[in-house]
Structure formats: C-alpha cells, structure tokens
Design a protein around this ligand. Sequence first.
Ligand SMILES: *Cc1c(COP(=O)(O)O)cnc(C)c1O
Length: 427
Amino acid sequence: MKELLELYNTMGISSGVYAYGEKTLESLKERFAEIDKIAEHNQAKVIAAMQKNRVSAACFAATTGYGYDDVGRDNLEKVYADVFHTEAALVRPQITCGTHALTVALSANLLPGDELLSPVGLPYDTLQEVIGIRESPCSLKEYGVSYRQVDLLEDGTFDYDNIKKAINDKTKLVTIQRSKGYATRPSFSVKQIGELIAFVKAIKPDIICMVDNCYGEFVETIEPSDVGADMVVGSLIKNPGGGLAPIGGYICGTDTCVQRCAYRLSAPGLGQEVGANLGLMPALYQGFFMAPTVVAGAEKGAIFAANLYEPLGFKCVPNATESRHDIIQAVELGSEEGMIAFCKGIQAAAPVDSFATPLPWDMPGYNDKVIMAAGAFVQGSSIELSADGPIRPPYAVYFQGGLTWCHAKLGILMSLQKMVDAGLVTL
Ligand SMILES: *Cc1c(COP(=O)(O)O)cnc(C)c1O
C-alpha cells in the first residue's frame, strides 16, 4: 500500500485525496459485489451466444470489396441477435457512430406523413438535427416526418396522460432514450422502459418502439428488447464494443425493422448482403466478449465518483446510493472553472494524450460549447474513461467509462486532485 501511495504521489495525487478515496471505497464493497454478479450473468450470456453460433477462427477473416457471403459478419449479427433476444441484428463498421445507427433506424422505418413521438422529453443533442427539432438539411422533418414530444413529469417519471393524448393516427414510431445523455433527468431502468412500451402498445399495437440503448448495454441482466422494444440501437465505441471495436454501430430488432435498416444503410435490394468487414471482426467479437466486465468496471467508477463528490456538496445524478441504469455519472460542478478542473484531471490520468489540456470548443452537432476530456486508444470512445459536458448551467460534467476499474479510480482521484489544486474543493 505504501508503495502504491508513493507511486500515486509521483503522478500528482496527494495523500489527502488518496485517503479520502480509500475511505469512500470502504462503504462500496457490497455494491461492487452486486455489479460483479451482473457482469457474470452477462458474460455467460455472451459466451453462450458465441458457442451456439459456433464462433471459430473462420469468423475472424478479413473481407474486402462487396463482402458477399461474409461468414464472420453474418455470424456476429447472429451473436448480437441472440444476446439481445431479437429476430435479427445489423452490426456493421459501416455504421459510423451511435447517431448514425439511430438515424438509420429512424429513417428506415418512418415514411413521409408519419409521426415520431418522444415520450421521454428532448432527445440527445445530435438527434435534434436528425429529427429536425433544430433545422438541418436532410432532417426527418425535411422528408415530411413530423415530430411530437411529451416531457417527463417534475419527478422524472412518464407523463402517461399526455403520452396518451399525443398518440394519433400518424404516430408510427416511439423513440425512448434509456440514458440521460446531456440532461440531468434520471436514466430509465429496463423495467420502466417495458412499462412505457406496454402502455404505448395498448393504445396503438402497431407502433414501432425503438430504444436508444447508448450507454445502457450490460448494465442490467436484461435489455429493452427483452421487454417489448422492436429495435434497440447503440454505438460500438460505447458499451458493446468493449473498448476494442474501433468503429461501428448496431441495431437489433424484429426482422421487418432490421431488414428496412439494412436497405437504408446500403441500398434497397442489397440490404445485409453487402458490406465488407475490412478485417475488423477480431476486434468486434473480442470487444463484445469483453463488454460485460468492461461495463462493470465503468459502473464501479461512476458509483465511486458519486460517492466521492456528493459528500463534498456537488449534486450527483444518479446520487450516491440510487440504483444504476447506465454508466453515466453527472456531477454538477456549478461553474465553468469546475468543469475545466474536473476534465483536466481525467485527461491527466489517461494512458494516451495525458499531456493535453482540454478546453471548451464548438463541436459539430451540439448547440453549446462542449468540453471533453479523453485520452483514449480509440478516438472519441466513451467506454474508455472520459468526461464531457456542454458549457451551460448547471455546469454538469458527464463522466463515463474506464476500460478497467483501476483506471477509472485513478481518473476520478485525479479529477478531485485538480479541483483541490484549483481551490474549488477543500477536503
Ligand atoms: C452517445 C449517444 C448518442 C450518439 O452517439 P454518437 O456515437 O456520439 O453519435 C445518442 N444517444 C445517447 C443517449 C448517447 O449517449
């Protein structure tokens, strides 16, 4: 222990910050054990799916060109479909990010004259231009898809009365964002999402329910597709890529929905038949295999952060004790200086680019200036330890990831150290 503290000291962490961290950890043993149980369950689920689909070295071969008869790619999609308990899956490096996956899912399943409903308030920043809430060329709005939104109630629960009123003849697809994104609302449990889906389908059974599953995968033992979602959508540089996938997105769901997504992504008539894997299969398979334990480490980091910062007077969402439904931890730092200091700490603890200083900048797709700290092996990967947030009240930093719990711990300790150094916190 003495050697470790000395090592941390040389990296810039004071004995006071370290001791405060250790004291905090004392109280978290039981919660960490629960997380390990969930990881064990999800690990078994992934291995069982890989065994059932007879994953072998042949699946790791690179393909180029059209990618016809790509065994590795087709089999990976079967593995995803089995883990998410869906009829079909589209898992592709040609899906460039989470926003792209969601755009494909929406634009493939909404036609001119249809209406999209978000019963969970304003969607994630980048989706606002996709939908046309903020004007953009090629938005769904431009293609004649209208949009309706029902905000959450004060207490963060669903406004069932107004959701019922908002559903009409045109309502074709309901989008449910599991994770809070850049908002300070709670993230939803899979059970809550299931209740919302059941409510919507009782009113209009043929509505397609899509869940933006970003940051939620493997946090619980069930996924939204286990409780009635027609499509679950996410990014491979978040949870399911396990930190190893260098790019990609997935859409798991019904045959009908996923086939339309494939037609939208490539071309009508071509669908899932084309799309070479470019040699990425080892990373996509191995990343999915690693994902349950990586997610567990990230979640421990999120819980550690909440338990470290909340007693110091910073509002944390989720708070120190409540249950978790994604890997994101919002810490309201109350000022731009606080956000900068926190992010500096995350950056300084990174294995890559630790010498860089994060600064607020105008990022495409976002309305306010955004600060981002990340020293990642995969650029922009937010399953790797990262912190970011838009520079706007309540000046919340959204902290997530950590490929290993030990790195998450170091990053959080370093963030606190920078807050202390900046005179924003006294221990
Ligand atoms: C990250 C995220 C997205 C968008 O994913 P990108 O890969 O950044 O495009 C969408 N929704 C939520 C809730 C997210 O967290």
